[in-house]
Design a protein around this ligand. Structure first.
Ligand SMILES: *[C@@H]1O[C@H](CO)[C@@H](O)[C@H](O)[C@H]1NC(C)=O
Ligand SMILES: *[C@@H]1O[C@H](CO)[C@@H](O)[C@H](O)[C@H]1NC(C)=O
Ligand SMILES: *[C@@H]1O[C@H](CO)[C@@H](O)[C@H](O)[C@H]1NC(C)=O
Ligand SMILES: *[C@@H]1O[C@H](CO)[C@@H](O)[C@H](O)[C@H]1NC(C)=O
Ligand SMILES: *[C@@H]1O[C@H](CO)[C@@H](O)[C@H](O)[C@H]1NC(C)=O
Ligand SMILES: *[C@@H]1O[C@H](CO)[C@@H](O)[C@H](O)[C@H]1NC(C)=O
Length: 491
């Protein structure tokens, strides 16, 4: 009956709502007193590698949690700046790591990747606070410790703070041993265990530079990354505490694009090398004029290069969120995707067939992001967000008070179960009560209609009551019928 099935549908919907609400609170044997989060970065892992190459463990992450279609990263799309943006939520102009190699006219100092191990580069202003420090400074500080392995800046005190556990970058460390170490830190006794961990891995960036994003070598390297990921997932699944409590975010700093030898210029071919110094490279360079009066002339010589964007500092596009820092040059030159600019003394270009660092809006510069664990939806392919939004995302997962950054929590709510569409308990109770009331009304209406059907009989179908006849009864009385006919005729 239609009405009855409607009642069942209502009851069914009601229970679905109830179940979907309770699903976010799984049965947990050993609950952690503070939330657990592991952040992993594979350097140069372009957003579409999992669609191009066969990576079963990466593919399994989308079912287990969330795959974000890609990350909109910030300019410049290179390793140190991007990794610092990921953990601080700040644009490069704000945190001050504007390139892997840079000049600071205030410090009167030059840094590259090997000499950036000094706090002065990372503590340019008080805004910079990596998530591993924020975690340790939270009010319930006794349960919170951070452990960081190989991440840019991890061994440097930043505005006075270092992670509780850290290992300096070591190119010989295998990813497998880094994963084992970080999980071991999570499983220490309560008085010394970490609740936030971060691991950096240098691949597939190295392979991308040497062999390009689409190459048999990349196939090989990504298979290794996928196997390491499989090992990590196994270690997590084998441990009740980690399986039930650990949130994991797997992401990257930038993508990778093919470069050809013919798509490359040498700065000294265009401007007089006695008039400037340049830092950054190869996709972009910050050019400092030795004399301010030469800026216009230097600019004029570069401004008509067709495959390069050249800006005086004040003209750098606002969307780059890049220009407002003393470490950005008087002139910024940025190659169009796949075009490199070689600064004096840089020999790194010789073996390069893949590169990054270009306009952050270019598709090939975008990285991956996957997330799983109790804080995240399952089985979701989610819309992109920015790399500055990672800090508010992690703050939320770690139950930290949000600090002002350039990121926004509202951009990441769509992957967090806490913000499942209006499933607050009050609204849920109201919906359930309404459904129960509707079911009751429907039920009553159905019952009423049903009972009316039992007693209501159309006039031509009046029930004939039978009883046993005696001999006189039932005998046809012709005379009386005749009389009736006569009577009728009289009328
Ligand atoms: C909880 O722990 C018991 C053993 O202590 C184990 O048998 C059980 O599988 C665990 N439950 C879950 C949900 O992990
Ligand atoms: C990667 O290598 C495997 C064999 O190991 C091959 O089957 C597959 O087609 C390769 N994928 C790409 C995109 O080259
Ligand atoms: C930075 O690392 C170099 C070795 O690469 C070392 O000589 C130097 O002392 C380190 N500086 C700081 C501030 O730790
Ligand atoms: C501009 O290019 C010309 C021609 O190559 C060169 O003579 C001149 O020195 C360059 N100017 C600057 C400021 O580098
Ligand atoms: C580029 O600009 C320089 C300096 O203004 C000029 O000498 C040169 O002819 C220009 N080249 C082209 C291709 O327009
Ligand atoms: C980025 O955040 C910093 C620190 O809150 C702030 O000073 C700066 O104005 C922000 N930048 C933008 C473009 O909003």
């Amino acid at each position: 009956m239609v009405e009855q099935s409607l009642v069942y549908i209502y009851l069914f919907l009601c229970s679905i709502l109830f179940i979907s609400h309770t699903r976010s609170a799984p049965v947990i044997n050993e609950t952690s007193s503070v939330p657990l989060l592991l952040l992993i970065s594979f350097d140069g892992f372009r957003w579409d590698y999992p669609d191009i190459y066969k990576l079963p463990h990466f593919d399994s992450l989308q079912k287990r949690g969330v795959r974000v279609k890609h990350i909109d990263n910030s300019f410049a799309t290179v390793t140190f700046p991007s990794h610092y943006t990921m953990v601080t939520g700040l644009f490069e102009e704000t945190h001050g790591i504007v390139a892997n190699s840079m000049y600071d006219p205030v410090l009167k100092a030059v840094a590259d990747i090997s000499t950036m191990n000094d706090t002065k580069w990372w503590s340019q202003n008080a805004y910079s606070q990596p998530i591993w420090v924020s975690n340790q400074l939270a009010s319930d500080v006794l349960q919170r410790r951070s452990g960081v392995i190989d991440w840019p800046g991890s061994s440097v005190p930043i505005n006075g703070y270092r992670p509780y556990e850290y290992l300096d970058f070591d190119i010989t460390r295998s990813l497998d041993s880094a994963f084992r170490q970080i999980l071991k830190w999570f499983r220490e006794p309560a008085a010394s265990r970490i609740n936030f961990g971060a691991v950096y891995h240098a691949e597939p960036d190295v392979t991308g530079h040497l062999h390009g994003p689409i190459s048999p070598e990349m196939n090989e390297t990504l298979k290794k990354c996928d196997d390491y990921l499989g090992g990590l997932l196994q270690m997590i699944d084998d441990d009740d505490y980690l399986r039930q409590n650990l949130n994991v975010i797997i992401t990257s700093d930038h993508g990778m694009h093919d470069v050809e030898k013919t798509h490359r210029i040498f700065l000294v071919d265009y401007i007089d090398k006695s008039l400037f110094t340049a830092y950054g490279g190869r996709a972009f360079a910050n050019i400092f004029a030795n004399k301010a009066s030469d800026i216009d002339r230097l600019y004029a010589n570069l401004s008509n290069l067709t495959d390069y964007e050249v800006y005086k500092k004040s003209q750098i596009p606002v969307e780059y969120h890049y220009k407002s820092n003393v470490r950005v040059g008087d002139i910024l030159i940025v190659g169009k995707v796949g075009h490199d600019v070689i600064i004096p003394g840089d020999e790194t270009y010789a073996h390069i067939v893949g590169d990054h660092g270009y306009d952050n809006r270019a598709e090939s510069m975008h990285p991956i992001l996957y997330a799983f664990g109790p804080a995240f939806y399952q089985n979701l392919l989610a819309e992109p967000f920015r790399n500055v939004d990672l800090y508010p995302l992690m703050s939320h997962v770690l139950h930290l008070k949000q600090r002002p950054t350039n990121g926004s929590l509202s951009n990441v709510k769509h992957i967090l179960v806490d913000f499942r569409p209006e499933m607050s308990s009050t609204i849920l109770v109201i919906i359930c009560l309404t459904l129960v009331a509707l079911s009751a009304i429907l039920f009553t209406v159905c019952a009423w209609r049903h009972s009316r059907q039992l007693v209501y009989v159309p006039p031509d179908k009046v029930i004939v009551e039978y009883h046993r006849l005696n001999n006189q009864e039932g005998a046809f009385d012709y005379s009386s019928e005749g009389e009736d006919d006569i009577d009728n005729e009289k009328l």
